[in-house]
Design a protein. Structure first.
Length: 440
């Protein structure tokens, strides 16, 4: 690829001491305005017995208690419509983006007019990271509307001077038609939907070589960085596949892989990233898995100070081979802290099951993990439900090698249930991997 290497060269390759200086300046600005203009935040500071000026280094931010989604929800119920954590005046508001609300009432976040510009710009950077360039035809199969990712990537395509097809997350046959004509060059969607599109492409007898698509970035759920999943997406669509991450409360698309595929690069000049040990609430050591906690350094309307994401990741500040200095999460998002399964004393996450399932060519891409109760014994049963591709070997032999593979990864052996191809539901949005049918 010719042309310039980075979207914003100076900021993306800034040495870490200057980057941290910039973060500190922006953090002080943000803490001060939240303290002065948001009763929600001021009360939290007062409860912790601190003032914004007491935070004299980036590390000291741990003195401020983290904000959970539950607290934001309660705040909004107590102070409708948007809670008291809106800092910019309402005349500056541009867009409303509630979270998807999988666990109750949605939590509203607001983008001011300036936030829209900032978000478009950092999202454009995350797209440039994986190789989107002016002139690309971007098939945007992220869901549009209230869900954040569709809008932010749409705006970013305009920043990048791409040609966007705002198709959204639906109509798989139409997706394939557009891949053929006009022939999109970049695809954006969830990894499970990318696998589904690949599957349909094969069923329609279209070879990946017959479409001009060259790369795709996949987010909204984990999985792209699972080697076998990445390989399946890449082979199914004939592309280079990259990982993407974001969340409604912080920003839709705040981290993406670069062409080195060496972990998610954060936009650290806009968001301060911490990885926190969920038990001790201390900062995890480099390379240790913990919960991502994020602070807005530039956001105006609904800034988050130490938002507890519940997503698990590792963090390294080592300079990437691409030359960028912003921190990375190698291996991407490693699960949800509340998706942790405790089974017969072992702890594991659905993404680990995915890693094993996807390494079997005899199995389709779909799977789920079902928790039930053994009523006779009163104990939990964990079953990994998968689909066998037609005419791919003996089911019993497959079941025993799958169990063996799962035991190696999870340190415990779940039950397995191998169903015929097509038994499990396909999704165009986020795949639901964990089904809890236990008797409470
Ligand atoms: Zn890189």
């Amino acid at each position: 690829m010719g042309g310039r290497k980075y979207f914003e060269s100076e900021i993306e390759t800034m040495d870490r001491s200057n980057l941290e200086k910039l973060q500190m300046e922006r953090l002080q600005w943000q803490l001060k305005r939240c303290y002065e203009e948001s009763p929600f935040y001021r009360e939290r500071f007062m409860k912790a017995g601190i003032k914004p000026e007491d935070i004299r280094s980036l590390e000291e931010i741990v003195r401020i208690p983290p904000v959970t989604k539950e607290e934001l929800r309660e705040e909004q119920l107590a102070h409708p419509s948007f809670g008291r954590y809106t800092v910019a005046p309402s005349k500056d508001w541009a867009e409303l983006h509630p979270s998807t609300g999988t666990t109750g009432v949605p939590v509203n976040t607001i983008w001011s007019h300036r936030d829209v510009k900032t978000i478009a710009s950092w999202t454009a950077r995350t797209m440039w990271n994986f190789g989107a360039r002016p002139g690309d035809i971007v098939q945007n199969a992220f869901s549009y509307g209230l869900w954040v990712a569709g809008m932010s990537t749409h705006y970013a395509t305009q920043e990048l001077k791409c040609f966007v097809l705002p198709i959204g997350a639906a109509m798989t046959e139409r997706q394939i038609d557009y891949l053929l004509n006009p022939g999109s060059t970049v695809l954006l969607c969830t990894p499970s939907y990318a696998l589904h599109i690949g599957e349909r492409l094969a069923q329609r007898g279209i070879s990946p070589e017959d479409i001009p698509l060259r790369r795709g970035c996949f987010g909204g759920e984990g999985g792209t960085e699972v080697p076998a999943t990445r390989k399946k997406i890449e082979e199914g669509l004939g592309i280079d596949a990259f990982d993407y991450y974001g969340l409604a409360e912080i920003g839709p698309t705040i981290a993406s892989e670069c062409e080195e595929k060496a972990g998610l690069h954060w936009v650290e000049d806009h968001i301060l990233i911490e990885v926190i040990d969920p038990d001790t609430k201390e900062i995890s050591r480099p390379g240790e898995t913990g919960v991502l906690v994020m602070t807005h350094l530039t956001k105006e309307a609904t800034p988050m100070i130490r938002y507890w994401s519940n997503d698990l990741a590792k963090l390294t500040t080592e300079k990437c081979a691409c030359g960028r200095t912003h921190a990375r999460s190698i291996g991407g998002i490693l699960g949800r802290a509340d998706d942790m399964i405790i089974y017969k004393g072992a702890k594991f996450y659905p993404i680990q099951v995915e890693k094993v399932v996807r390494s079997f060519t005899e199995l389709s891409d779909e799977f789920h993990i079902e928790l039930t109760t053994d009523e006779r014994m009163g104990t939990d049963i964990c079953t990994v439900v998968v689909e066998q591709m037609a005419e791919r070997g003996d089911t019993e032999i497959l079941a025993s090698s799958l169990k063996k593979g799962l035991k190696e990864e999870l340190m415990v052996t779940p039950e397995v249930d191998i169903k015929p191809l097509g038994s499990l539901e396909r999704t165009t949005f986020k795949a639901k991997r964990l089904v809890d049918n236990r008797k409470k």
